[in-house]
Ligand binder design. Structure first.
Ligand SMILES: Cc1cc2nc3c(=O)[nH]c(=O)nc-3n(C[C@H](O)[C@H](O)[C@H](O)COP(=O)(O)O)c2cc1C
Length: 389
């Protein structure tokens, strides 16, 4: 694997060497146009789910085990049969060129160098073929059901031809929820950043500013399929030889239905808090989904994962792997390919450290016994002393 990360990102200014994902976030916030920053960081309505996604991580503590003899840990696994060096992939995120001119090509190089999965968004700003040419790790392609079914037929075929390994149908967006930051900013996708895998005629609305509205929301209202139901999955499966995962599943009922309808796996996700405001945090939903999946296919989870210990907690709660969305864009903004590789490497190193300190030599050794619920931080009443003092 190419070593992309031994030096700080080429365009890093002195003193700007993020050593954690929150530091990447802080730095990226200073580098991106404020409207682009709001588009990336924001969520729907009150953004309650954006905030809540991280809360379950504080609800669980890790239980260290001692004298285990474990001094290194193997973070490698397989996803749908493909080997990956870490159980962390990059979630589908639209328009990587908003964060760096090389866009998804830079992300693919970084994912390959770190041995990680990359899920490419239907709204990628580089072509599926360019991304595939730069990739050395597994690629999945994410799709939204579009009004014109021919669009998915074409993309599914191109993905197969270019060597993508799976399709991911995002099912939590029968419409794009209102994101107040974008509405306030009259946000539109800048003209030089394009969803180049789609017919430009389908994308005009995304680039047209309207006062008090988000162009992204207006575009979806115009171009997304007006009705989402289980037939969408059946139709996509009929058009492709690739396995199809469903992204945006948060309940055990839908997990069972997903596998009954032939899904190859599920991604437990509330879209990073960008869809249903008030939706259950993904990590709260995860254990029930994992039980309902009952080994019928991989369960991935995304939303709020910012540290290797978070990854370990998600795996202990039943995930086979996690995805990160915004952190990939922070890495891109901070140093292109090198920045993304650094984000992935941080997560792998932090995960490895947490595994060693909990005495787990590899991922099959990770289970729910790693976790204990966090006790209340303050006693609710003062304990009574029963001895004289
Ligand atoms: C700027 C941005 C664009 C996104 N674009 C897509 C997309 O095109 N398709 C999709 O299924 N999810 C999309 N998502 C949601 C991510 O796939 C993922 O669910 C979410 O970002 C995970 O949360 P995290 O950012 O806290 O890691 C997007 C998220 C962000 C922040």
């Amino acid at each position: 694997m190419t070593a992309l990360v031994d030096t700080p990102p080429a365009d890093t200014r002195p003193g700007e060497r993020p050593l954690s994902l929150p530091e990447h976030e802080e730095l990226a916030a200073t580098r991106l146009d404020p409207r682009v920053w709001d588009f990336i960081a924001g969520g729907s309505r009150t953004e309650s789910t954006v905030t809540a996604n991280q809360a379950p991580l504080d609800h669980w503590w890790l239980r260290p085990r001692v004298l285990t003899g474990v001094s290194t840990a193997d973070t490698s696994t397989t996803l749908l049969g493909d080997p990956v060096r870490l159980p962390v992939g990059i979630a589908p995120v639209a328009y990587h060129r908003l964060a760096h001119p090389d866009g998804e090509v830079a992300t693919a190089r970084a994912a390959g160098a770190e041995g990680a999965l990359l899920t490419v968004s239907i709204f990628a700003s580089r072509t599926l073929e360019e991304i595939a040419a730069a990739a050395t790790g597994p690629l999945w392609l994410q799709l939204y059901a579009m009004r014109d079914p021919a669009v998915l037929r074409d993309l599914a075929q191109r993905a197969e031809d270019a060597g993508y390994r799976a399709l991911v149908l995002t099912v939590d967006a029968p419409r794009i929820a209102r994101r107040l930051r974008d509405a306030r900013n009259d946000f539109r996708i800048p003209p030089d950043v394009r969803a180049v895998n789609l017919d430009p005629a389908l994308m005009t609305t995304s680039h047209t500013a309207v006062a008090g509205a988000s162009a992204v929301e207006r575009h979806a209202a115009q171009q997304f399929a007006p009705r989402l139901d289980w037939d969408q999955l059946a139709r996509l499966r009929a058009r492709t030889r690739l396995p199809v995962l469903l992204k945006g599943v948060l309940t055990e009922e839908d997990t069972r239905l997903a596998f009954d309808h032939g899904a190859a796996g599920v991604v437990v996700s509330n879209h990073g808090g960008r869809q249903l405001d008030g939706a259950v945090p993904s990590l709260v939903a995860l254990p029930a989904v994992a039980r309902a999946a009952a080994g019928r296919g991989p369960v991935l989870v995304d939303g709020g994962i910012r540290h290797g210990a978070d990854v370990l907690k998600a795996l202990a709660l039943g995930a086979d792997a996690v995805l990160v969305g915004r952190p990939a864009l922070w890495g891109l903004a901070n140093g292109g390919s090198t920045g993304v590789a650094q984000v992935l490497r941080l997560l792998r190193e932090e995960l490895e450290e947490a595994m060693v300190l909990t005495g787990r030599a590899d991922l099959p050794a990770v289970d729910a016994s790693l976790l204990t619920p966090a006790a209340p931080t303050r006693p609710t009443s003062t304990p009574q002393r029963s001895w004289p003092c």
